[in-house]
Structure formats: C-alpha cells, structure tokens
Design a protein around this ligand. Sequence first.
Ligand code: DX5
Ligand code: ZN
Length: 216
Amino acid sequence: MSHLVAPSVLSADFGNLQRDIELINNSEADWFHIDIMDGAFVPNISFGFPVLKAIQKHAKKTLDVHLMIVDPDRYTQMFKDAGADILTVHLEACAHLHRSIQNIKNAGMKAGVALNPHTSVHLLEDVIADIDLVCVMSVNPGFGGQKFIENTYAKVAALKKLIIEKNSKALIEIDGGVDMNNYKKLLAAGADVLVAGNTVFGSADPAKAIKQLKQI
Ligand code: DX5
Ligand code: ZN
C-alpha cells in the first residue's frame, strides 16, 4: 500500500471552512484529520460537534478523528453519529484502553490509539493486534505548527517491529511537525499515514503541498 496523506483541519481557515474542505476533496489527500481538544487533556480547546458535523456535510473522504480529551468513552457514539470513520483515543487518557478500543469497534468505527512523545510503543503490546491505527505524536499535542521531535524516527521503527511481531494490521500515523524535509525519512522508518497541518495550509498552494507529500 502506498502511504496516505491526512491534512489537519485544525490549520484550515475557519472563516472559510467549506472552501478548505472542498480544497481537500479536490486534492490528492486521502483523509481529513480532525483534532478535538478539550482544554483538560491538552492546554487548548479546538472545536466540537457542530463544527465536526459541518465538516462532515461537505467532506467526501475518510474522517480521521483524533480525540485529545479525557475519558473519551463518554462520547464514542456521538462521534460515530457525527460521521467519524476512524476514532483515535490517547493511551494516556484511557483508564481501560482495551474497553475503549472495543467500544469504538462495536460502534462501527476503526479504532486508533495515540501516543504522546513520552509514551513507549511497548505499552501497546497487549492491544496492538486489536487496533487499526497508531497515531505517533511527533509533537506534544495541543497546537499546530510545532517543531518535530527527532526521537520519532526510532519510535516508528520500534513500532513497526512490534506490529510485524504481533501480526497486527495497524497503520502508523505521524502527527505533528511533518514537513517537506522529514516526510521521506518518516516513510522510510515505517510510517503509513502523514498528518500535515501547517505544511499544507501554511503553504501558498495547499493542493501542491499535498501532491508533494504524496510523492515517494
Ligand atoms: C496537534 C494535532 C495535530 C496538528 C498538526 O496536537 O494533533 O494534528 O494539527 O499540525 P502541524 O502539522 O502543523 O504540526
Ligand atoms: Zn492530530
């Protein structure tokens, strides 16, 4: 499978959200990456259900929803109803991660687990075979446009090894600071999905930036 590109809507122009959604629809992007922040798990608040539903109304591609919220199980069904195809919860936000994963799958979505930069991939050993996606945070979650953490390459390689060992089908997604200088090295380390906010929407030509990130 060739790799996927998921522009992060967090960096879109919210005054022209429909325009930016159409831009992604008409580009080579594969997914919409949607960041939900609650001001408790992370020091920022992004947006909630009314905005997500507005995105869903126009988006014609997979909705990859990244929850940076405490106790995400409270909202599993609501995210399904709002159109999420993939629902990713943070390992650090779940007291019963196995149950959270099963809830997401039982609701009819693909299940992802996100890891903060300080969290070892080895903590996924007992659930890796059950999940569809691992979101490796390559910045501390909360904001777009932050600097990429270099340790991510080693982490991706270790995760890839674990996925093979456990015969898991999980995709490796990289989230934070992905740019034109590091994306090829990330793909070489084993990444399957590249999230990009600032690199896409901070560019003069977002569709061209997406096209470039699709190139190997
Ligand atoms: C950070 C979010 C990211 C963010 C990425 O907490 O999870 O998805 O939008 O933005 P860039 O690509 O600008 O680092
Ligand atoms: Zn994200």
